[in-house]
Design a protein around this ligand. Structure first.
Ligand SMILES: Cc1ncc(COP(=O)(O)O)c(C=O)c1O
Length: 395
């Protein structure tokens, strides 16, 4: 019999009832160290006092009014994002997938308004932009699209980081290029700065719009507010979600005035997007994560964690192959099955997340204490030893 909850996930058996910082407690009182942070969502850990305060203060005042009226919390958060980034304007969504949908619509509308419609959007192998019909067509992987055809037309996938393939693929019908500066689901694959720069140049040469999907790698995850800042280039349109709400469902599309020119009244909307609750929390997240000293700490913690992980790769070559990633968006390319490593982590009360390419994702809260990083390394070490013992016993 089908369960009451549609079974689209292979869920682990734990049920968490409370969270504090980097720790989660199950319904039977066991504590787990959380290196998944809701898949890069709980940017400030669980139950951060400033976020709880922002949410409860707003909840006592006003939850929802619809976008038929001005929403001051939305205006304030949009202004913070505009002040901190390349963007001139922001539309709020409830998720990354919805941000992808608007980014695609905005890019196509841009060309339509110029009187030279262009349809094709180029994406990359290993990409993940969400689960809507548009987002799965953009990413195009067999795993995501199988059985859901006919797919939305107008997307094409190229190998990640292959500049020559991209140069050859861009035509007068190319509307936009969409890329994650650091692929998350694809296995923590960092696009080198030189590639991002080359991509920007190519888009400038051909007039193609450049869309960055920073849903997973943005909001401080790499030690800058947005990952593309490391390369010193900016997109025309950017998708944001996950960390921006710190756990409250919130996403955004940021754009330059020129890229957004076609999105006039009536062209897009959302009942809940930009609601007072989400934007109040988002504002509190921005106040903390947008601070340079906070971001420098993320980079320092990332380097500390990475150093420890390199040590684990050296100690457990049968289990781990290499460290990937940047800041606190880290991955361990595994030799053992990454699913087995995730399970071995559960046995040590440690939560990690599997990604494609047999990678184990480590996406802790951006404010994870150094002591918790040391504890995470100790638990990963024990998990790897346990796996080696099982393999050794079987041999
Ligand atoms: C890079 C990227 N884009 C888009 C999405 C979709 O976001 P959401 O699950 O909030 O719809 C995700 C989610 O994992 C993501 O990692």
């Amino acid at each position: 019999m089908i369960p009451a909850v549609l079974p689209t996930y292979n869920r682990a058996p734990m049920a968490f009832v409370k969270g504090e910082g980097s720790w989660l407690t199950t319904d039977d009182g066991a504590r787990y160290l959380d290196l998944g942070a809701g898949i890069a969502v709980n940017a400030l850990g669980h139950a951060h006092p400033a976020l709880v305060q922002a949410l409860t203060d707003q909840a006592a005042q006003l939850w929802h009014v619809s976008n038929l009226y001005r929403i001051p919390q939305q205006e304030a958060l949009a202004q913070k994002l505009v002040d901190a980034t390349f963007a001139d304007t922001v539309f709020f969504t409830n998720s990354g997938t919805e941000a992808a949908e608007l980014a695609i619509k905005m890019a196509r509308k841009y060309w339509y308004e110029r009187g030279t419609p262009r349809g094709e959007i180029i994406a990359f192998e290993g990409a993940f932009h969400g689960r809507s019909t548009g987002a799965i067509a953009a990413a195009g992987s067999e795993k995501m699209v199988k059985g859901f055809g006919p797919l939305m037309p107008g997307f094409r996938q190229l190998p990640f980081g292959d500049h020559d393939a991209l140069r050859a693929a861009i035509t007068t019908d190319t509307c936009a290029v969409i890329i994650e500066p650091v692929q998350g689901e694809g296995g923590i694959r960092v696009l080198p700065d030189a590639c991002l720069k080359g991509l920007r140049d190519l888009c400038d040469e051909t007039g193609t719009l450049l869309i960055f999907d920073e849903v997973q790698c943005g909001m401080g995850r790499t030690g800058r507010l947005f990952a593309h800042e490391w390369a010193g280039v900016t997109p025309d349109i950017m998708m944001v979600a996950k960390g921006i709400g710190g756990g409250f469902p919130l996403g955004a599309v940021l754009a330059t005035e020129s890229a957004a020119a076609g999105m006039v009244a009536g062209t897009h909307g959302s009942t809940y997007g930009g609601n007072p609750l989400g934007c109040a929390v988002g504002g509190a997240v921005m106040d903390i994560v947008g601070d340079d000293a906070f971001l420098a700490e993320v980079a320092r913690k990332g380097a500390l964690f990475r150093q420890g992980l390199e040590g684990l790769v050296a100690t457990h070559p049968q289990v781990f192959e290499a460290v990937r990633g940047t800041g606190l968006m880290l991955g361990l390319k595994c030799r053992a099955s990454n699913a087995d490593v995730v399970k071995a982590g559960y046995a040590q009360h440690l939560l990690t997340v599997a990604a494609a390419d047999n990678v184990l994702r480590l996406l802790p809260a951006l404010n994870i204490p150094d002591a918790d990083i040391a504890e995470a390394l100790a638990r990963l070490d024990r998990a790897a030893s346990a796996l080696e013992k099982v393999t050794g016993d079987a041999a």
